[in-house]
Design a protein around this ligand. Structure first.
Ligand SMILES: Cc1ncc(COP(=O)(O)O)c(C=O)c1O
Length: 376
């Protein structure tokens, strides 16, 4: 009888993932401007979140202050960037976390507690879903961007009530109905939290984000965002009133019990924040319009108006075949599958960046046309 190893169940679990076409593999790549090289193959990069494509910034790598910020990791540069980010969001203060994921985990679980009620959009990012679980509050998920459903669910009891939504939804590229959401929140005294990881620096006046775009910036109680997307740097942050930030410093486990983001990355964000972001933002808008128009002309059904353009394929296997075809023909656009998106809603998530030149977009469209004829 073949002997059994105590970790054999891992193989069985991996096998099940593979059978469902949900297996994920790491690929190594080197990005350079509009392209990425993977296994020696140079591809047009249509899946980078470095939306603004700010030219690479030179910084000096300083000594790492390897410690939590509450111990000795709190480099002077943090003070400068947090002041700038608070002003950027018209809030009293801000707090930087090592990643956007940790900003969500730490801040939402710091402010929402047992006895509270959280209303969370059904398409919210995993980091929001996990932070809600950590909070011990009662969580009700409302239908995506469905104001009636939100209104109904807000009638349930809760000591404090929170409404949490993304600004631009990460896998669909559509925008949250922030005008209506902030109106309802105001009427019901609910606290409005917006994770604007994909709208920050990209839309609104001076890249102030989705709430600014809808002219409701002042009605948001807590902003959460990433420095790793529009700004093309690294880290996450929360911007809110002084007392909220103080509570986060005192309660966020993902802030207290982890090492500080290295200060050279804080300096990197500072430099990129002070670069000519407006020029990059206009370039991104132009590229988004050109690629969206081209895809629609080919026949793809595109509902997104933002730089995130999903092409919904449905079946997981077909989405993988579609992605493979694009890869073989010179375009890198990663298929997105369950559990990142619901089952049978697999898609190619295209993200536009300001890095792309007209000729890159035209070449991509030629390849998408071939893919359309083959798969659609
Ligand atoms: C909506 C949203 N929030 C938070 C995050 C996490 O940000 P970070 O990559 O900085 O951890 C992401 C990342 O994909 C996201 O899409």
């Amino acid at each position: 009888m073949a002997s059994r190893h105590k970790l054999d169940f891992v193989d069985a679990e991996l096998q099940a993932i593979k059978q469902n076409n949900l297996y994920r593999e790491l690929r190594y790549g080197k990005a350079q401007g509009s392209h990425i090289t993977i296994n020696g193959k140079k591809l047009i990069n249509l899946c980078s979140n470095d939306y603004l494509g700010i030219p690479t910034t030179r910084i000096q790598v300083s000594q790492l202050q390897s410690s939590s910020r509450l111990v000795s990791g709190n480099d002077e540069s943090y003070k400068k960037l947090e002041k700038i980010l608070a002003k950027h969001k018209s809030q009293q203060n801000s707090l930087i976390y090592p990643t956007g994921y940790m900003a969500n985990l730490g801040s939402i679980s710091a402010i929402a507690r047992k006895g509270d009620l959280i209303l969370s959009d059904e398409l919210n990012h995993t980091s929001i879903i996990e932070s809600c679980k950590l909070s011990d509050a009662r969580v009700l998920v409302y239908k995506h961007n469905d104001i009636k459903d939100l209104q109904t669910k807000l009638k349930q009891k809760g000591k404090n009530k929170f409404v949490i939504t993304e600004g631009i939804f990460s896998m669909d590229g559509d925008m949250s109905k922030l005008k209506q959401i902030t109106e309802i929140s105001q009427k019901t005294d609910a606290i409005t939290i917006v994770d604007d990881a994909h709208g920050d620096f990209v839309i609104g006046k001076d890249g102030k984000g989705t709430p600014n775009y809808f002219n409701v910036g002042k009605k948001i109680d807590m902003y959460i965002s990433s420095l790793s997307k529009g700004l093309g740097s690294f880290g996450g942050y929360v911007a809110a009133k002084n007392n909220v930030i103080d509570l986060c410093i005192n309660r966020s486990k993902s802030f207290i019990y982890t090492s500080a983001l290295p200060s050279f990355l804080v300096e990197y964000s500072l430099k990129r924040f002070n670069s000519n972001r407006e020029k990059q933002k206009l370039k991104l808008e132009k590229n988004t319009k050109k690629l969206t128009k081209g895809l629609k002309e080919i026949g793809f059904k595109i509902n997104s108006k933002s730089q995130i353009i999903p092409i919904i394929i449905g079946n997981e296997k077909s989405a993988m075949d579609f992605g493979k075809f694009l890869f073989e023909n010179g375009v890198f656009a990663q298929p997105i599958r369950y559990p990142t998106v619901p089952k049978n809603q697999a898609r190619l998530r295209i993200s536009v960046t300001a890095w792309l030149k007209d000729k890159d977009i035209e070449k991509s469209l030629e390849i998408f046309k071939k893919a359309y004829l083959k798969f659609c």
